[in-house]
Design a protein around this ligand. Sequence first.
Ligand SMILES: NC(=O)c1ccc[n+]([C@@H]2O[C@H](COP(=O)([O-])OP(=O)(O)OC[C@H]3O[C@@H](n4cnc5c(N)ncnc54)[C@H](O)[C@@H]3O)[C@@H](O)[C@H]2O)c1
Length: 250
Amino acid sequence: MKKLEGRVAVVTGAARGIGREIAKHLADDGADIAVIDVAVADETVAAVTSAGRRGIGVVADVTDPDALAAAAERIGRELGDVSIIVNNAGLHPHQTSIDELDYELWQRTMRVNVDSMLLTVKAFLPQLRRTGTGRIINMSSSVVNVAPVGGVHYIASKAAVVGLTRGLARELGPDSITVNAIAPSIVQTPGLAGTGISDEIIDAVLSQQIVKDFTTPADLVGLVGYLCTHEARLFTGQHFHLDGGIVLSD
Ligand SMILES: NC(=O)c1ccc[n+]([C@@H]2O[C@H](COP(=O)([O-])OP(=O)(O)OC[C@H]3O[C@@H](n4cnc5c(N)ncnc54)[C@H](O)[C@@H]3O)[C@@H](O)[C@H]2O)c1
């Protein structure tokens, strides 16, 4: 029996990029998968079903509580109670100096990167509680520690993800729900390419790594899968730095 057999996972933002690789890996580990994305996720769903698992794609905006309520009802009905949430959907906003940063971009970044995680958790919390094996994994970023120039809005949003993770871990632990965050360094995805991120910033981040290599989705999917297992039930409230040693933890 595969280690996540019988489990249902929601992966947000899994139509492409890191989320797609997480969805495929969890399916390989035996979980049924629901993708929630503003984009159609046919390719991801096809990969899930070819791994022999059930997969559905729900086109919805994770900042919209009504859309999330409808998604939770449909996913619960079609796949069963969700016990794993991977809050991966995120906005890579354009780099901009504090002088050029307009309030609308700040709000949009916060809505997509932070509010979405809270809203997704709230929509699925009754299902997670019923399973008795709830797992929530939130995508943070090494920008929290590197704080590159031009990223105030993105840095603040990912720092808020860390706070959200810790607060939720404290409140949901009594329900046997663990909550963790993963902070990868630079991963070359379509989303990152769209930011117009400069070579200087990429070099600045890599220069802070002890092991100077780009992170790939393959480097992090195993950690996500492990955190979903029974054996990982005592890891909670943690911020895992997948960053070549930018942060040297205790
Ligand atoms: N790529 C990196 O270097 C990097 C580094 C650290 C952390 N991260 C984080 O990892 C996560 C995934 O990053 P990626 O590079 O794969 O991104 P990406 O832009 O390639 O993919 C993001 C996905 O999220 C979806 N999405 C965006 N807004 C949405 C919304 N409101 N509702 C539903 N779906 C929405 C998009 O349609 C897309 O499919 C993000 O949270 C990002 O901040 C990325």
